[in-house]
Design a protein around this ligand. Structure first.
Ligand SMILES: NC(=O)c1ccc[n+]([C@@H]2O[C@H](COP(=O)([O-])OP(=O)(O)OC[C@H]3O[C@@H](n4cnc5c(N)ncnc54)[C@H](OP(=O)(O)O)[C@@H]3O)[C@@H](O)[C@H]2O)c1
Length: 323
């Protein structure tokens, strides 16, 4: 497994991470999920992504079970901040008190005495970022957290956070289907020495090529909530997916592999979800896919920034990402 480094501390992590969120979606098989986690570690994936929100703590417990006895092999990233869904009046709590209490709860669920990367999942519009990051910095001082991260932030917020404490990673949605971060956040991360972690690298399933209608998605998948899958945009978006699948066919890889390999050429760390062994094996295959300049140019032609129509989140979800 090739490695890269995380933030200014330059901790080594695998170039490909594993998103664990879907393992806590309804109807998932816990044994299969654990087997995916263990197989990922065996394959050299050392960067696991969870959050206290996923399955209301279930996901952190699952990760804790998988890493028991293998703690030092892994960089565990978890997140704090969500206290409800985007439909709630107060979906996010970034207060110092909530951050302190949540960190202890996450440590307990993960069965560990330190979180390697602790993200603020969303910025609380009612709490200055300096206060939230200040509380997280105190957790670093206390030895409970090694490095700090932010998720879905603007460049201005990222810079304000850096004035309080180094930000090792920013995690935002980034894929061939959602390239907006290329315009601002991604270059800012590169300039600051902040690692960029690409969540939803497979477009929440759109870039797997298996999704033609919302009914094709497993329970818990949030793609149907976006306007991208609505009737007025779906045919357009699926045409782009088909063109990308044709490029993958010419390269000799699967569409998920093309989507992940494309991100790997951009020096970001993709964290695809996979709650099935077969998906994990497929996604690992991206590490052997070499995309030449001609292929990258074809992808740019088919799917430049803004090519996919519709919003990448529900209208309520968009309110929380500061765009
Ligand atoms: N910071 C944030 O706000 C935030 C937001 C969303 C996600 N995340 C993180 O990012 C990770 C990934 O994001 P995501 O789950 O939204 O989207 P994604 O990884 O782009 O897509 C996941 C979907 O694709 C399916 N899939 C994965 N590999 C596949 C393959 N090779 N062939 C066919 N289908 C495949 C998954 O199946 P399964 O359902 O079976 O896994 C799931 O339905 C999450 O696990 C989470 O850790 C962070």
């Amino acid at each position: 497994m090739r490695t890269t480094t995380l933030g200014p501390a330059r901790r080594a992590i695998s170039v490909l991470g594993l998103g664990c969120m879907s393992m806590s979606h309804p109807g998932r098989d816990e044994e299969e999920s654990l087997s995916v986690l263990r197989a990922a570690l065996d394959a050299g994936i050392t960067f696991l992504d969870t959050a206290d929100k996923y399955g209301k703590g279930h996901n952190e417990r699952l990760v804790g079970t998988a890493i028991a006895g293998r703690r030092d092999e892994v960089t565990v990233a978890t997140k704090v901040g969500f206290v409800g869904s985007s439909r709630d009046a107060k979906p996010v709590d970034g207060s110092p008190d909530h951050i302190r209490r949540s960190c202890d709860a996450s440590l307990e669920r993960l069965g560990t005495d330190r979180i390697d990367l602790y993200y603020l999942h969303r910025v609380d519009p009612h709490v200055p970022i300096e206060e939230s990051v200040g509380a997280m910095a105190a957790l670093v001082e206390a030895g409970k957290v090694a490095q700090l991260g932010l998720s879905e932030v603007t460049v201005a917020t990222l810079r304000r956070a850096w004035d309080v404490h180094p930000v090792a990673a920013v995690q935002s949605e980034y894929s061939i289907a959602a390239r907006e971060v290329e315009e601002d956040v991604l270059p800012a991360c590169r300039a600051l020495g902040t690692t960029f972690v690409a969540y939803s690298p497979l477009g929440i399933g759109l870039l797997t090529g298996r999704v033609r209608t919302p009914d094709d998605l497993p329970p818990g998948n949030r793609l149907p909530k976006q306007s991208r899958m609505h009737d007025r945009h779906r045919a357009h978006n699926l045409r782009i997916v088909d063109e990308l699948a044709a490029i993958a066919g010419d390269v000799g890889c699967t569409l998920p592999q093309l989507a992940i390999a494309w991100l790997l050429t951009r020096d970001v760390v993709p964290i695809p979800s996979s709650s099935r062994r077969s998906y994990l094996e497929d996604n690992l295959g991206a590490l052997d896919v070499d995309l030449g300049e001609d292929v990258l140019a074809r992808i740019d032609e088919v799917a430049p920034i803004g090519a996919f129509r519709g919003e990448r989140k529900s209208s309520l979800g968009l309110r929380l990402v500061g765009r």
